[in-house]
Design a binder for this molecule. Structure first.
Ligand SMILES: Nc1nc2c(ncn2[C@@H]2O[C@H](COP(=O)(O)OP(=O)(O)O)[C@@H](O)[C@H]2O)c(=O)[nH]1
Ligand SMILES: [Mg+2]
Length: 312
């Protein structure tokens, strides 16, 4: 396996090389740090957009529309579809692939359903790394679709430059959104399926909630019909406005620094975990036995293990 050739090909945007590097990220092999180091110098110019919301809200349909919109404006686009509830592919992911086929022959688009097979840091580490691969391959817009389930929503807000929360018209959705803490993470709200009844109520309800929240940035509320493309133009404009706002006041740089900080923290935590594991069977087992025999308490045992780690 020639890493240099692989990296060079990925930098040229070669599809197969990009796919292999993302697989490498998913598998979390030992060669990953070297590869990421080589790619890192070629990143930084991309802009990432996160799309989150409940299953069935229309995230994938919206993503496909946004891809077309971005392509029409001359951008190269990467898409990462992440579904932590079905990490080993399945109906939803397959569905995404089928629908995305309208872009399948376009060299300016790279779409990937992500899963973490072996990456020890899980998706929170694999996602920024995969996004970086796409960026290095020339994708200046990276869209990350995540199904909104609890922690994943908070994580996506950290993982991208603009976070879009997708809701549907329907009684109580705005209230649920507020309860789930979405008011704090959404940079833009999309009320998708605006062809359905209750859209105006949903928008009004959301607006009221946002007014009460007193946020520094007032998220725009964009009604869309992803199936026919209505509102996509407005959504693109809203993304641009949020980007400009963040670029103008230094918030984008701040947001990215926070992201990097978290990534470093995750890597360190992961490495520490690995090192602890490397003592499994030896010192760890011995300490466990002493704790079980009440000769030692777990905290003292942890101290002893840390001392051993520090001693190398
Ligand atoms: N009526 C209507 N259906 C939509 C709209 N957007 C998406 N859908 C449908 O909703 C279903 C779920 O869409 P999908 O994009 O897979 O949702 P995801 O799970 O959030 O990615 C599909 O059958 C879509 O065709 C919309 O604006 N109006
Ligand atoms: Mg989807």
């Amino acid at each position: 396996l020639d890493h240099d050739a692989l990296i060079e090909a990925a930098l040229q945007g070669e599809r197969g090389a990009v796919a292999r590097l993302i697989s490498m990220v998913e598998n979390g092999g030992s060669e990953l740090p070297v590869v990421m180091e080589a790619l890192y110098a070629h990143t930084g110019a991309g802009y990432s957009i996160g799309i989150t919301g409940a299953p069935g809200a229309g995230k994938s349909t919206l993503t496909e529309r946004l891809v077309a919109e971005a392509r029409g404006r001359g951008h190269q686009v990467g898409v990462l579809a992440i579904d932590p509830t079905s990490p080993f592919s399945g109906g939803a992911l397959l569905g995404d692939r089928v629908r995305m086929q309208s872009h399948a022959t376009d060299a300016g688009v790279f779409i990937r359903s992500m899963a973490t097979r072996g990456h020890l840091g899980g998706l929170s580490l694999a996602t920024p790394e995969a996004a970086r691969v796409l960026e290095a391959a020339g994708k200046d817009i990276v869209i990350i679709e995540t199904v909104g389930v609890g922690q994943a929503e908070v994580e996506i807000a950290d993982a991208c430059d603009t976070t879009i929360v997708v809701l549907n018209p329907g009684w109580g959705d705005a209230v649920q959104a507020a309860k789930a803490g979405l008011m704090e993470i959404a940079d833009i709200f999309v009320v998708n399926k605006a062809d359905r009844q209750g859209t105006r109520d949903a928008v009004r309800e959301l607006r009221q909630m946002l007014e009460m929240a007193e946020l520094p940035w007032k998220p725009e509320i964009v009604p869309t019909i992803a199936t026919d493309g209505s509102g996509i133009d407005e959504l693109w404009t809203a993304i641009g406005a949020h980007r400009e706002y963040q670029e103008g006041n230094g918030l984008l740089a701040k947001r990215r620094r926070r992201r990097i900080e978290r990534e470093i923290r995750d890597i360190v935590a992961e490495r520490m975990r690995q090192r602890v594991e490397s003592h499994a069977g030896g010192l760890l087992e011995q300490l466990s036995e002493e704790v079980a025999a009440r000769r030692l308490d777990p905290y003292r045992a942890a101290d002893r293990l840390i001392e051993a780690l520090e001693a190398g």
